[in-house]
Design a protein. Structure first.
Length: 219
């Protein structure tokens, strides 16, 4: 069972937003934190008709797609700093910490792709950028608008990485993407609390790919 999480108003009563958010951020690196929704178990793998080479190519395309989304989130957070879309204090500290997490995720994915002998796709995902980020950034009128965009990106990252755990060919890669999914899910929840955006409590992150087919990048 997922424990109830405090509203932003309740967080402020705990001694200030900075202290409360720091406690929540600490949970992002806690292996034992049960608050983030995760799949109950991996579904049984279907027998694939792909050859080993085709499976490897598919895995690399998916890993590069995940990498491109991580890069997009890093760039989006940086644009918020450059354009002063968020104020000082707890929100700035939180977004900066999350941005660093996504840099670390990008490095892990890059290393996995290079280890497979492929070229990392280090460009922000162009489809997600044009469809979601660019219009949202152009329409931002308040900090809360940016927090909503950040929440949406984190939710997409969490769901994409959960999806990868169901299709990647190796246990090591599945474990890596599951770890990233848990962090992104917690990010989404914290940004929702900071922005008073509301948060639908779900037991598990959906395992279907949240991105359109044309958002899958070359392997």
């Amino acid at each position: 069972m997922i424990p109830d999480q405090p509203s932003r108003r309740e967080l402020l009563r705990l001694g200030g937003a900075t202290v409360a958010v720091s406690a929540l951020i600490a949970a992002c690196s806690s292996d034992g934190d049960p608050a983030a929704p995760v799949p109950a178990a991996e579904p049984e793998e279907e027998q694939s008709e792909d050859t080993p080479t085709e499976e490897a190519d598919r895995d690399l395309r998916l890993l590069n797609t995940a990498l491109s989304l991580e890069v997009l989130i890093v760039d989006t957070y940086q644009a918020a700093f450059d354009r002063a879309l968020i104020g000082d204090g707890a929100v700035t500290d939180t977004v900066a910490r999350f941005q660093q997490h996504h840099r670390e995720h990008s490095a892990v994915l890059t290393a996995a792709i290079e280890a497979a002998g492929a070229e990392p796709f280090t460009t922000p995902n162009p489809v997600v950028r044009v469809a979601l980020v660019d219009p949202a950034m152009a329409a931002i009128a308040a900090e809360r608008d940016f927090l909503r965009l950040g929440r949406d990106l984190e939710q997409a990252a969490a769901q994409l990485h959960v999806h990868l755990t169901t299709v990647l060919d190796t246990q090591e890669l599945r474990s890596t993407t599951m770890s990233i999914a848990g962090v992104a899910a917690r990010h989404a929840r914290i940004l929702s609390l900071l922005g008073d955006l509301g948060y639908e409590r779900v037991a598990f992150v959906p395992a279907d790919n949240p991105l359109p087919a044309d958002a899958v990048v070359p392997g």
